[in-house]
Design a protein around this ligand. Structure first.
Ligand SMILES: NC(=O)c1ccc[n+]([C@@H]2O[C@H](COP(=O)([O-])OP(=O)(O)OC[C@H]3O[C@@H](n4cnc5c(N)ncnc54)[C@H](O)[C@@H]3O)[C@@H](O)[C@H]2O)c1
Length: 391
């Protein structure tokens, strides 16, 4: 608790511990507002991050929650004073008071739950990462998004971290889009050590590329978009152990614009304080280093900028609040990063070491598939497919 307090402050540390203990004597307090937020998936992230930041900034505005683990749903509802636990997803989605849905269940169900929500007429949906684990899911998600004109938000939080925003503002805004300028980015991540039977490892959940590495693929795409996205990425994957290809690996990407990106996931022991990461960055005359989103150093020629973040700010608060804000990141970035993530997932599944990702043609192909899917949305087989995936 002492260590966590020094990282996150006392309130969040107590909340995190409460999420692990789930004791009936533990309850949160705060202003009670109009209940309008429901949550599907009542695990640790819903408890320690989604519930925490909504309660802290918007008050107790929780409507219904649902989880296949009834105890998890009951304890989340008790702690955050939800109106009630929904007996089914159908009941949760049919509640006329529902305005904002958060989906924080297992990875394979994010897309099918979001689609069900859109079919129930819901317009504001926050999907934890990854938003989809297969291309088929992703095509269907975006076809429904376009059909129902829903606003989706993704749980990729790092673009909202203060350190990342500060690096952006340190760049020269007049020349940031300079065509021949190239980014160098390096991400070193000490990730959680997952047991062999952890649910992230189930084949249908999309590997750790979908489960974890997607964060840095998305951050890289977000940063590249500050200039403009390259047309092509040459992707190289180095596996330290082919028996466990999605653990302890390095992904290197170079682009037709000269960008150089490296993402190393190391998970050889459990990081006591949670995922720990270092970001090194260089673009034009700016060099930056982010130490676990607690410290930032920027060198801009003769200027030196140092900043500490307490509590540690990996962007969770601002990411969770996306549905309440008007100025959010461009959704098209999430579509690009998801396409790239699914491409790399496929490489890792096949243990491929080198492949070329053509962004323009991947987007064109994807949009063509979305258009085909949109046309066929009203057929009963689609309804069945979605119901099957949820089962
Ligand atoms: N953005 C981030 O930094 C971040 C960090 C941690 C987790 N997450 C994401 O949050 C989500 C939840 O992760 P977690 O750490 O809370 O895991 P968890 O294992 O603590 O919780 C997952 C919950 O989902 C429930 N669940 C499983 N299948 C379900 C289904 N079919 N329908 C409804 N509920 C179901 C489980 O019973 C469990 O309560 C995942 O998508 C994960 O990737 C995001």
């Amino acid at each position: 608790m002492l260590r966590f307090r020094s990282l996150y402050g006392i309130g969040r540390s107590i909340n995190k511990a409460s999420g692990r203990l789930r004791h009936p004597l533990l309850r949160s307090y705060g202003f009670k507002g109009k209940p309008k937020v429901s949550i599907i998936g009542c695990g640790q992230f819903a408890f320690s991050t989604i519930g925490f930041f909504i309660r802290k900034t918007k008050g107790l505005i929780f409507l219904n929650c649902y989880d296949i683990d009834a105890d998890n749903a009951k304890s989340l509802a008790h702690y955050f004073r939800f109106e009630k636990v929904a007996p089914s997803v159908e009941a949760l989605l049919s509640n006329p008071k529902l305005e904002i849905l958060y989906i924080a269940s297992n990875h394979a169900t994010h897309t099918p739950y979001a689609i069900e929500a859109m079919k129930h007429g819901l317009k504001t949906i926050y999907l934890e990462k990854p938003i989809s684990v297969t291309e088929e899911q992703f095509v269907s998600l975006i076809a429904h998004k376009r059909k129902y004109q829903a606003t989706l938000f993704a749980g990729y939080n790092r673009p909202y971290a203060q350190a990342v925003r500060k690096i952006y503002t340190a760049l020269d805004q007049n020349t940031i889009k300079q065509k021949d300028a190239a980014f160098s980015m390096n991400f070193f991540i000490s990730g959680h050590q997952l047991s062999d039977d952890h649910w992230y490892r189930r084949p249908e959940e999309g590997t750790r590329v979908c489960g974890n590495v997607g964060h840095w693929i998305d951050l890289a795409i977000h940063i590249l978009a500050w200039r403009n996205l390259p047309k092509q990425l040459q992707v190289q994957v180095a596996y330290s152990n082919l028996e466990e290809p999605d653990d302890n690996m390095n992904i290197t990407m170079t682009s037709d614009q000269g960008d150089l990106i490296s993402i190393m996931l190391s998970a050889r022991s459990e990081p006591f304080e949670g995922i720990n990461e270092t970001v090194n960055f260089q673009y034009q005359n700016v060099i930056a280093k982010v130490s676990d989103f607690r410290e930032l150093t920027i060198w801009k020629q003769d200027k030196l900028i140092k900043k500490k973040f307490w509590p540690k700010d990996v962007g969770h608060k601002r990411a969770i609040l996306q549905p309440f804000e008007t100025e959010n990141r461009d959704w098209s970035e999430v579509e690009c990063s998801t396409l790239l993530m699914l491409f790399i997932t496929q490489m890792v599944r096949q243990k491929t070491t080198s492949a070329t990702f053509e962004l323009e043609s991947a987007l064109a192909e994807f949009n063509a598939l979305v258009a085909i899917k949109s046309k066929s949305l009203l057929t009963t087989s689609n309804v069945k497919n979605n119901a099957e995936q949820l089962k």
